[in-house]
Design a protein around this ligand. Structure first.
Ligand SMILES: [Zn+2]
Length: 339
């Protein structure tokens, strides 16, 4: 029996006081989270403590893990959880199925040797109410920080997360293979012009991924049939990291333009700006047989522009691992030095 919106058990879920969103039916997606006021990019939308954390990845969980998790919930959590037994319009076959649908992957945790390599996932019933989009306006910053807006969100807009990995370099068909539902976002919807441009851009981004990383994002070993780069010389040079700094700089330059056109504010965009600037700077300071000519004044100004953009995006897109691994300060100093 279909439920009308006013009766839905989701309306009995406790949202944090002053949450900037409400749960509402979302056409074609069941229910979703909609902004109840303007949300500035970079703002934290929800900070939810996981009710239970598994030291395993989602696909490793057994029925007894689920049962253990359920047994661990306190009375109020079990009462709240009873409102989740109906995913939008359909009933789950069992409470354990409902539970599985409210788990999210967490950043890896520490093992007994103190090394960060244990896969984890957690029961986060409110965070799990955010629908997917391949053009998300929010992301899970971290368990500590919660869900953060990566774009400015207008009152009434749905707040979406991207559930997939490396979706910016995957076409609609490739993304659909990984999603357990049909995505109807602008990038996936064949009735929208954006979809065709988006597929073209993401296919080009996949080619650039091969040129700069030397591998195919979708398969371990690419064959003649699924080759992203058909030219054998170019393919081999990419696999052996034999491209010049000029070539790689142009790759990251194009990658930045494609990601901007796609409207994807992700840690990948910050990294792209950084590398686009870095390959110009390398030619200024590091002289090797493959470094190419010294950069022109225009190229230096362009690289400074990429760096300004990288620092700007870092203000609202969480990327703690990039902050640790890339030396932004050193690159900035090199770019603005006179020589
Ligand atoms: Zn989509």
């Amino acid at each position: 029996m279909a439920l009308i919106a006013g009766d839905h058990p989701y309306l009995r879920l406790s949202l944090p006081e002053n949450a900037p969103f409400a749960l509402k039916p979302s056409p074609g997606k069941g229910w979703g989270c909609f902004a109840t006021r303007y949300i500035r990019r970079g703002s934290i939308i929800l900070h939810e403590q996981a009710w239970f954390i598994f030291g395993k990845s989602l696909h490793e969980l057994s029925e007894s893990d689920m049962q253990e998790c359920y047994n661990h919930l306190n009375g109020e959590q079990k009462r709240q959880f009873s409102h989740l037994g109906r995913n939008a319009r359909t009933l789950y076959a069992s409470k354990l199925d409902a539970l599985r649908d409210n788990l999210l992957p967490l950043i890896p945790g520490l093992d007994t040797f103190g090394t960060m390599n244990v896969m984890r996932c957690g029961l986060l019933p409110i965070s799990s109410r955010f629908n997917h989009s391949c053009l998300p306006n929010a992301c899970i910053a971290s368990v500590q920080r919660g869900i953060q807006a990566v774009k400015s969100i207008q009152e009434g807009d749905e707040i979406n997360l991207c559930y997939g990995n490396s979706f910016e370099v995957k076409t609609t068909e490739e993304r659909a293979r990984e999603l357990p539902f049909v995505c109807i976002c602008e990038a996936c919807n064949p009735e929208r012009n954006f979809h065709y441009l988006s597929d073209m851009r993401r296919r080009l981004l996949q080619g650039i991924y091969y040129l700069t990383r030397g591998c195919n994002i979708n398969v371990m070993h690419d064959t003649q049939e699924n080759a992203v780069i058909e030219d054998i010389t170019l393919k081999t040079r990419s696999e052996n990291s034999e491209h010049s700094s000029v070539f790689l700089g142009i790759c990251y330059h194009i990658r930045a333009l494609l990601l901007e056109a796609e409207g994807l504010a992700t840690p990948g965009l910050i990294k792209t700006y950084f590398y686009a600037a870095m390959y110009v700077t390398m030619r200024k300071f590091v002289r090797t047989s493959r470094s190419g000519p010294r950069p022109s004044r225009i190229e230096i100004l362009q690289a400074r522009n990429w760096m300004i953009k990288a620092l700007e995006v870092m203000r609202y897109v969480p990327a703690p691992d990039l902050e640790e691994s890339l030396d932004f300060e050193a690159l900035e100093q090199q770019l603005w030095s006179d020589d």
